[in-house]
Design a binder for this molecule. Sequence first.
Ligand code: FES
Length: 317
Amino acid sequence: MSTIDVRVEKKVVEADGIVSLELRAVGEAVLPAFAAGAHIDVHLPNGLVRQYSLCNAPGSGGSYVIAVLREPNSRGGSSAIHDAVAVGDVLQISSPKNHFHLLSAPRSILIGGGIGVTPLVSMSEALHASGADFEVHYCARSESRTAFRNQLRASPFSGKVRFYFDDQGGSIEVNELLAAPADETHIYVCGPAGFIEFVTSSAKRLGWLDSNIHFEYFAAPTTTDEQGSVPFEIEIASTGVRLTVPEDCSAADVLLENGIEIPVSCSQGVCGTCVTRVASGMPDHRDIYLTEEEKAQNDQFMPCCSRALSRVLVLDL
Ligand code: FES
């Protein structure tokens, strides 16, 4: 996959445990335009690749801004950004990708939990620029852990932003907030898995249409890792070669060990980078990227995390 070289222009402490990076193309190159909700893959100095939402206004001056929370159980991604990336460093990134599209609608409700606010910051800028009606509800543990709070408070749309700080008893009243479902209103949710599930299940219970509820996970819910795993076989359709995927190994790893490289990024079934066509067999879908309809068709799967319910899965490779 082609990458873009960018220089770290600024590194700012946005809140306790959260830094932002402003990235600009190296030399004369121009960064591709992006739409609100987009993210980029960032290739880190330790070889890991991580996805981060763009949180600046689309079209704002040829730079990308990302914000990263230092995860206490970091697998090396957030700690690399915090500890090993400095102003002036050159990083490789992907072009923006967007699985969290902001639709054109008369009214939007943006609900963010913690660092999940990042795509919503970009969305709020885009909605303000378009003149659409919107409101932002931003939940965080405390004011000191609330990234972009000063930026949002100083913004021309500050009156549309409401903060909820756990340590001040400011819990969001989702039942009140979403009490009146409306076809012309769309809800966008981003944050920890439990937060997303709470908001989206509440919205559905209150009568909101699935098509009006949009969300993006930052990481796969932990339940995907907790399911038992048994060995299965993958067959390469073009050669007939069969490979065994042991219970403690992913199909993507087995393919790589056997010289078949599938692009992998998040390794958690979140980003969709590794999607692979299935010619026959029944996948055991463990990702959160494919929709329920796509999963039901059983003609593609995510080898970074998904497995097989049938003994053999024939891959269209
Ligand atoms: S690498 Fe992200 S879904 Fe497989």
